[in-house]
Design a protein around this ligand. Structure first.
Ligand code: PHE
Ligand code: NA
Length: 445
């Protein structure tokens, strides 16, 4: 059987499609807002450069050398203690867990595409009550769109690397970039643009505490799709003789640029049209629709385009979140792609229903433990424990376990003098950073 491999551009778009997601457009602007902008953005950029980029290369390398599902790749590359290292491959589970709430949020976005086509809320207050009504009492709508997300994602996964994942990204990613570029160009013509620039880039160091630092590191991982086997699984389908460093660079570059562009654009609109930026997840679902209303007819067009772009970003990330486990059951248990895609899809669909219920009045009470509902718990456990753990394991695995000669023979030609710096970051900087992040997120320090 001929093995399907990504084309060069297909891989970059698929990996960038994985990276560019709700994290960039929904999460980044609101956490940047919460931590006061500039200084936080700088810490985040430094983390991306010093840690994210090294781990991106390491994760690509494991997939590229392993050529199989994540579990098999770890097993294959560990010179000894294979049974133990194999466990590292189960980081793919994190993606499946993330999908539990990711799919629900994509459902909200679908709903917002439809409601933006009909009518926008006229005030922030109205936008807020619309959002809360959906979140806390409209089970049917959330269920409908969550199911639609499940169908789209499972359909693409079933079509495989070439005809599904690559094709989807070749269409959706350029569309997404065109939409954002167009809206960003408009934002630069508005007076508030300079205000947005200074908010994002002039650092207020007083706002940077250890909490902001940990959030920045955690977000850098989430936004670059690291530590969940997604990039690793895609890299198993790279052509021989691929330049991993170049690929990693493009993915990091696109993800970072799109986050900054989205942030500048959103804050420009918010400042220009006088709505106080909502802090928290409501930024996109509450403040923004009201701002689009203020913009008049152009705002209506922008609203639809914006939520379409957000849906594209979310869907391309989703397939990468589920693909590691789909590939796992295909490689290890000889499941057909159809069976594997549907089973993994059903998993996040079913638990997604619980995530929806955990926000619904009357149900949420029994689905809340220790101040967090099921939805928030999934977010927390994946971000606080699974993700940094995945990063830690990969850094140690590439830094110390795979024989240095093997790593060197592949990476040295592309990295040159930077090879030793990269290895140093994997061996010492990243593990320490991951450890600190984990401890502080769990609340130990
Ligand atoms: N990077 C995606 C985002 O920014 C989320 C994601 C994480 C996707 C891990 C795949 C793997 O939204
Ligand atoms: Na991202």
């Amino acid at each position: 059987m001929k093995i399907a491999r990504f084309s060069r551009i297909g891989f970059i778009l698929a990996a960038a499609g994985s990276a560019v997601g709700l994290g960039n457009i929904w999460k980044f602007p609101y956490i940047a807002g919460e931590y006061g902008g500039g200084a936080f953005v700088l810490v985040y950029l430094l983390t991306v450069l010093l840690i994210g980029f090294s781990i991106m290369i390491a994760e690509m390398l494991i997939g590229y050398l392993g050529r199989k599902d994540t579990v098999t790749s770890f097993e294959k590359l560990a010179p000894k203690n294979k049974k133990l290292w194999k466990l590292g491959g189960f980081q793919g589970l994190a993606g499946l867990f993330i999908m539990i709430f990711y799919s629900v949020v994509i459902g909200w976005i679908f709903n917002y595409i439809v409601t933006s086509l009909i009518a926008l809320p006229t005030t922030v207050k109205e936008a807020e009550s619309t959002f809360n009504a959906m979140l806390h009492s409209d089970f049917t709508t959330q269920m409908l769109y969550h199911t639609l997300a499940f169908i789209c994602i499972t359909y693409v996964l079933n079509r495989g690397i070439k005809g599904g994942i690559e094709k989807m990204n070749m269409i959706l990613m350029p569309s997404l970039m065109i939409i954002l570029a167009g809206m960003f160009a408009y934002a630069t013509t508005l007076g508030a643009f300079t205000q947005a620039v200074s908010f994002m880039f002039s650092p207020d160091w007083a706002k940077i505490d250890s909490d902001a630092f940990v959030t920045a590191v955690g977000h850098a991982f989430f936004t670059l799709s690291l530590g969940m086997g997604s990039i690793m699984t895609y890299s198993a389908s790279l052509e021989k003789d691929s330049n991993i460093v170049k690929n990693a660079f493009w993915v990091v570059f696109l993800d970072t640029t799109i986050a900054i562009v989205a942030g500048l654009m959103l804050f420009t609109f918010l400042y220009e049209y006088g709505s106080a930026p909502a802090k928290g997840p409501g930024l996109v679902f509450i403040s923004l629709p009201a701002v689009f209303y203020e913009m008049g007819i152009l705002g209506n067009v922008f609203a639809v385009l914006f939520f379409v772009a957000l849906a594209f970003a979310g869907l391309t990330s989703s397939v990468s979140l589920v693909e590691p486990m789909v590939q796992y059951f295909i490689d290890r248990f000889s499941w057909s792609r159809l069976k594997s895609s549907i089973s993994m899809g059903l998993f996040f669909w079913l638990f997604g229903i619980i995530a929806i219920l955990s926000n619904i009045d009357g149900f949420k009470e029994s689905l809340t433990w220790g101040g967090k509902n099921f939805f928030d718990w999934v977010d927390y456990v994946t971000a606080a424990i699974m993700l940094p753990l995945g990063g830690l394991i990969m850094a140690v695995f590439v830094g110390f376990i795979i024989p240095k000669s093997q790593v060197e023979s592949v990476m040295k030609p592309h990295l040159g003098w930077a090879f030793e710096i990269w290895l140093f970051s994997l061996r010492y900087i990243t593990p320490v950073a991951m450890f600190v992040v984990m401890l502080s997120l769990i609340g130990v320090i």
